[in-house]
Design a protein around this ligand. Structure first.
Ligand SMILES: [Zn+2]
Ligand SMILES: [Zn+2]
Length: 637
């Protein structure tokens, strides 16, 4: 028979061959750990059939890493049965981003102190080179087996499977219900790279009415070095945690009087407004104008937009005797109302690029709230471009250039793009979705974007592109979105007069660049480790006097810089200069101007930049130029 390899290349193999045989034939049997047959990831020893398309997966592939992690979860379950509780009742053990977990009911409550013992047992198991042996058995047989062992969660899982047979995997004496895939044997798991991380509580099936189980988290990478690098990154991320730095640097306050809402303090408000000003400046160059729409709008509006049917559980609803209103969760319907004002639109008016820094409220569950990263009230740097279908491509290209420029200013140059198509919960006909998806695909291709598909993750009114930034710790943050929408304009019946004097429905492109400004500030705090670049720092310069005699001159310098437009603080306190420098460095002020008797006499200033132990002397009349240059440079790195 023949099979097709990744590049479409044909390979002749004996009937009954497995993917492993293919690996041997092309000489990568040492590297292959799993395979993809006709697009589905599966075990390496799976038997092939004629004309299958076979992709061999090595640890260079993300899918293989997932298989490794899930396989390691099995090893952990076996280790726990072997050394902690032989009657542990197992629930599920999936791979997750950066690791895996297993949920189980145990006779004792685990603490992190138990983890090294389990880890040691896991390493022992791995060294035995046990095979992951797959078997298909009837549902009845599986039920009997797991019932006899008191594995009630597995029994529940089997009962929910809609098939005649189920698959089980044997690992030594440990049998688990599992769909797979796994690595062929434990030899494929790098023992030294295994690390268990934590224990937490988790409800069976995520439902608080069910049993509370213990969730044991762990991770594994393909080498010990990678695991170590990962933990170093986590440590660094913890040191940069925006919840800690945000408070220390006087940026924001979170309070239980307003869960999911932020109190922006003095420094945070400065950053917030600077970001808004900066974005406004960039989008004005691209011919956007800015509007402001109401917070509370009538239920009827949300019914027309479809939010009432598809998004109601996320909305805050306000009722009085006569009317039902909702606080806006999105700005789109308000912008449609703005579009409808004034003269009837003509094709000559298109595109209309309407932006808003719109405060949106969404009723997120209290468990999902996280610092300023996940909130119930946030300001979106939103915009809607109303255009003709022919303009979708050029508008997408324009939006991509805005995104790139703004991200680069904040130091993000590694950007991934995801394409999300129609979700299950949606408005509009399939024909309209076909058209919207095709338009966005064409636009993305012509904008030269390299994107991956995110199936079923589009907005309820249209497909979308998502822009994911990589921060300096290598973590991904989804910030920007671009959605092509044929539905909302239709639902509201808005139109323009086309070249042929016909009434046409415009297309609406929804787009946000940083997304939520609140969350973006959280990302920036962690990305910069609190050291905001000069242009964005709440206090840019502290002028500190060395002695009482130099205080007056320091005051003069501070006044001058303040009048020039810098955010300046004066420090003439009766403290040693080194103490002052240390204090202001802790607050991550980018520049400290030191004024002593020498500076007073010679009419100059000494400047110490954050993170440097060198002091530069600048003549007083060169001061403006000096800081101007620093400000300019800080914009681009
Ligand atoms: Zn499994
Ligand atoms: Zn929108």
């Amino acid at each position: 028979m023949i099979v097709y390899l990744k590049g479409g290349e044909e390979l002749e193999i004996a009937n009954g061959s497995s993917a492993y045989d293919v690996a041997c034939k092309i000489g990568i049997q040492k590297k292959a750990v799993a395979t993809k047959i006709n697009g589905t990831t599966t075990d390496l020893n799976t038997t092939l059939t004629d004309k299958d398309t076979v992709t061999l997966l090595t640890y260079q592939d993300a899918e293989a890493l997932e298989v490794l992690r899930h396989s390691t979860a099995h090893v952990m379950a076996k280790a726990i049965l072997d050394c902690i509780d032989k009657d542990a009742k197992l629930a599920i053990g999936p791979a997750i981003e950066n690791g895996f977990y297993y949920d189980m009911m145990l006779s004792k409550t685990l603490t992190t102190e138990d983890l090294p013992k389990i880890e040691a047992k896991m390493k022992e198991i791995v060294k035995q080179d046990l095979q992951f042996e797959k078997a298909s058995i009837s549902k009845a047989e599986a039920l009997e087996y797991f019932k006899s062992r008191g594995q009630k969660y597995k029994v529940e899982l089997i009962e929910g499977i809609d098939a005649e047979t189920v698959s089980i995997y044997k690992l030594g004496d440990f049998v688990d219900l599992c769909r797979g895939p796994h690595v062929p044997s434990t030899r494929y798991i790098p023992a030294e790279a295994i690390k268990l991380t934590s224990v937490a509580g988790a409800y069976w099936r995520g439902d608080s009415k069910n049993d509370m189980l213990q969730r044991i988290y762990g991770t594994v990478f393909t080498t010990k070095k990678e695991t170590e690098a990962y933990f170093r990154m986590l440590e660094e991320a913890q040191a940069r945690d925006h919840r800690k730095l945000g408070v220390e640097l006087g940026i924001f306050h979170l309070d239980e009087v307003a869960p999911g809402n932020v109190f922006w303090l003095k420094n945070g408000t400065i950053i917030f407004n600077l970001i808004k000003e900066y974005i406004t400046k960039v989008i004005r160059k691209h011919n956007y104008f800015v509007v402001q729409t109401p917070q509370l709008m009538n239920k009827s509006l949300w019914e027309t937009s479809g939010h009432w049917a598809k998004f109601k559980e996320n909305m805050f609803i306000v009722e009085d005797d006569e009317t039902t209103m909702a606080i806006k969760p999105m700005n789109c319907p308000g912008h449609i109302i703005c579009y409808q004002t004034g003269a009837v639109k003509s094709y000559r008016d298109m595109p209309i690029r309407m932006a808003e820094f719109g405060l949106c409220h969404r009723n997120e569950s209290s468990g999902s709230l996280h610092g300023v990263m996940r909130l119930r009230a946030f300001m979106q740097d939103d915009a809607h471009v109303f255009c003709t279908p022919e303009q979708i491509v050029s508008e997408t290209i324009d939006i991509c250039s805005i995104l790139k420029e703004i991200y680069a200013t904040f130091g993000f140059t590694d950007i991934k793009v995801k394409f999300s198509d129609r979700p299950e919960k949606r408005v509009g006909s399939d024909e309209v979705w076909d058209l919207a998806e095709k338009s966005l695909t064409d636009a993305a291709n012509q904008a030269g974007l390299n994107y991956t598909l995110n199936k079923g993750e589009g907005a309820f009114y249209g497909p979308k592109l998502e822009f994911v930034l990589k921060d300096c710790l290598g973590r991904d943050w989804q910030c920007g979105t671009l959605q092509v929408d044929f539905n909302l304009p239709q639902r509201f019946g808005i139109h323009y007069i086309d070249k042929d004097s016909e009434r046409k429905t415009p297309v609406m492109i929804h787009r946000a660049i940083v997304g939520s400004i609140e969350r973006f500030i959280g990302i920036l705090i962690e990305h910069y480790a609190g050291k905001f670049p000069f242009w964005l720092a709440p206090t840019q310069i502290v002028v500190a006097s060395v002695t009482d005699e130099s205080a007056e001159y320091a005051q003069k310098i501070a006044n001058f810089l303040d009048e020039t437009g810098y955010r300046v603080e004066l420090d003439t306190a009766n403290e040693k200069i080194n103490y002052k420098i240390r204090q202001h460095s802790l607050m991550k002020v980018p520049a400290i101007v030191i004024i002593g008797s020498k500076e007073v006499m010679e009419k100059n200033i000494s400047v110490r930049m954050l993170g440097s132990d060198k002091t530069e002397t600048i003549p007083m009349d060169k001061m403006t130029e000096y800081f101007k240059e620093i400000e300019c440079k800080s914009h681009t790195n």
